[in-house]
Unconditional design. Sequence first.
Length: 342
Amino acid sequence: MFGKDIGVDLGTANVLVHVRGKGVILNEPSVVAVDQTTRRVVAVGEEARQMVGRTPGNIRAIRPLRDGVIADFEITELMLKHFINKAIGRGMFAQPRVCVCIPAGITSVEKKAVKQATEAAGAKHVYLIEEPKAAAIGAGLDITLPSGNMVVDIGGGTTDVAVLSLGDVVTASSIRVAGDKFDDAIMTYIKKHHNLIIGERTAEEIKIRVVSVCPDGRQAELDVRGRDMVSGLPKTVVIRSGEMSQALADSVAMIVAASKTVLERTPPELAADIFDKGVVLTGGGALLHGMDKLLTNELQVPVHVAEDPMTCVARGTGAFLENIDKWGKPEAANAAKRRNWS
């Protein structure tokens, strides 16, 4: 009666929170600034992201999630608690039902860590849903029908590729190559070819404004400032789209290979459905210039970018909770059995 339903896209780069009846009301970077001396949290989210690479020695800006899984349990718990309280407020009746998305290929230990962190953050009931399934629901696909739907979800830490039918995953692949690896590749390339050291925020800006992964994509350039490796002094270089496509070639090739592998393992009837409908591209990586054209050329199947791809997973987790009778009964029953056995 007094509870709230919350869907959480617990992403490596951003945390999005969907509240039932209100939609996605929070979208902030998954960064926490911590005072190393006192272990006190100084800032969370966007405020903490502004501090990345700019903090004094005693304050450290931490990203508690790496490659789609929890790297720092305590900080993840604090971050989740902060975002849940920000979304619905504090109060004795505020304990919500929370649905959290997880990468398709994580281990049972990693699943347990996500569930425990969410419960410790104040959730009354916790449901876990695989990211590609949430992305498909959020993109408006009706995956309950006996028909094939393929989703490629390129997030911050992982890329999840899945074929879904009759409400569940038929075949899937999850690789730890996504937005973070793109940033690393850009930083490494500029360090190697321009003798310039740049930070994560600069790499992110280059990825958004310059990068094109399609051979005949845009031709843009950007003045990039960083520290010269030889002199140690500030330096500016011009970065162009052509060289950035080389920098990301290996990472993008791995995403293409994972997508091809999933298609090859798909039953022929479902593959025919996918050929008719096309593939849906979600996640922040869907906004990478030319990604949809590249996948169309490589897979020989139409590839469409979902509407507002960044929020697809969060909207999917919210829709999951709104239709909990349809989606959540088996898990709730299994949870009840485990409680009875224990």
